[in-house]
Design a protein around this ligand. Structure first.
Ligand code: FAD
Length: 49
């Protein structure tokens, strides 16, 4: 089984951004666990901005 240093639940704007910066700035193995079949399926793609 593959091992990770950090697991982030949810691939909205927060989960994807935090995982990007953690894996860019530090030597960490990060996984993002998302229940949908793609990223940003909920609030992050439905807001007014
Ligand atoms: C109507 C509206 C308008 C807005 N307008 C603006 C705006 O103009 N400007 C602005 O900056 N912000 C705005 N916001 C706020 C902004 O959109 C949210 O704060 C932001 O998108 C939240 O991102 P998030 O990653 O926390 O959540 P989400 O985008 O909801 O992501 C959470 C993810 O977690 C996943 N998830 C949940 N439970 C589990 C589980 N048990 N296992 C695996 N995955 C799971 C979901 O499927 C989802 O993909 C608005 C919000 C709303 C509702």
């Amino acid at each position: 089984m593959e091992k990770f240093d950090i697991a982030i639940i949810g691939a909205g704007i927060l989960g994807t951004t935090i995982s990007y910066w953690l894996s860019t700035l530090y030597d960490l193995n990060v996984c993002v666990i998302e229940k949908e079949n793609d990223v940003a399926k909920h609030t992050s793609s439905r807001n007014t901005g």
